[in-house]
Write a new protein. Structure first.
Ligand code: SAM
Ligand code: GLN
Length: 283
């Protein structure tokens, strides 16, 4: 490799390669990967734009660009993703946190404005732990139960809980949907979940990046509604009267509301699309 290649030239050629591979934010990804392999800040990319890049850095960078060109998610390559302004470890055992899931956090903050409250929250299908851990950080007196069927995912979420110093207020439980709650005596203030809701027939049309994510984090292998329905029908048994269920959803929409719950409202994303629902247990 030519050692006289400058920062600007290297980013430009990598961005072209990534764009040809179909990556959306090709230049940004190239910049982030160079910052990652070289341990430099974004400002350095500008200050050093005309400096040569050391050959060893070029080689490491090129390896990562090859991976990204195979459409491996950037978050898996650099091993982290930001959610609600905090950094979370991510591995291929967990879904890459999505910005739209932040709407669930907004909803909890809106319905539970007293951040000093001693609440009990439950996060079903916690994955990297982003929902439960963010709530533990935002509500320093809250206790959280976070569940997942995947043991490798729970290892990642436990690491993230320690990273954010909330491991004493989160209990992680392995099991199928609400089943791990059966032995708990807690009546929750809210159950929050971003369950797998991609319908089986939608899987093939998804961006290539999603084929690197755990399939059972994305789809119920059916119409997308299975887990949403399970949580809405089973959830009220574990809620205080007046407690909430807050769900993220996608193109499959939301299932019919069971009689035990009142539908409060739809959650919309910034583009105005319906991305979830809020329900209240009033019985
Ligand atoms: N909460 C994380 C987030 O918002 O990024 C991950 C959400 S991901 C869409 C769904 C999660 O549900 C995955 O971590 C997956 O392992 C878990 N899951 C899939 N089937 C499950 C089941 N039957 N019971 C419990 N969790 C399940
Ligand atoms: N939001 C994911 C997507 O990009 C789906 C995650 C889920 O099924 N909960 O399709």
């Amino acid at each position: 490799m030519n050692t006289a290649v400058t920062v600007r030239e290297l980013i430009q050629s990598a961005a072209t390669k990534l764009a040809q591979a179909g990556c959306d934010a090709a230049k940004l990804d190239a910049e982030l990967l160079l910052m990652f392999v070289w341990s430099i800040a974004r400002t350095d990319l500008i200050i050093r734009a005309h400096d040569p890049v050391p050959e060893a850095i070029q080689e490491s960078f090129y390896t990562l660009i090859q991976r990204r060109a195979q459409r491996e998610p950037l978050a898996y390559i650099i091993g982290e993703k930001e959610f609600w302004s905090r950094s979370f470890q991510v591995t291929p055992d967990v879904l890459v946190p999505r910005p739209e899931t932040e709407h669930l956090i907004e909803a909890v903050l809106e319905y539970f404005p007293d951040q000093k409250g001693h609440y009990h929250f439950c996060d079903i299908g916690t994955g990297s732990g982003i929902i439960g851990i963010t709530l533990a950080c935002e509500y320093p007196n809250a206790h959280i139960i976070a569940t997942d069927i995947s043991e490798p995912a729970l290892k990642v979420s436990e690491t993230n809980a320690i990273k954010h110093c909330v491991e004493n207020r989160i209990t992680f439980k392995q099991g199928d949907m609400l089943e791990p709650l059966e032995k708990t005596e807690i009546a929750f203030n809210a159950i929050i979940s971003n369950p797998p809701y991609v319908a089986e027939h939608e899987m093939e049309a998804l961006e290539e990046e999603l084929s690197h994510e755990p399939r059972n984090a994305l789809t119920d292998e059916s119409d997308g509604l299975t887990f949403l329905t399970d949580i809405l029908t089973g959830g009220p048994s574990y809620l205080q009267t007046g407690g909430f269920i807050m769900l993220e959803t996608g193109p499959c929409g939301l299932p019919d509301t069971p009689n035990t719950l009142n539908f409060e409202r739809i959650i919309h994303d910034l583009a105005g699309h319906a991305r979830g629902g809020i329900y209240r247990f009033t019985a």
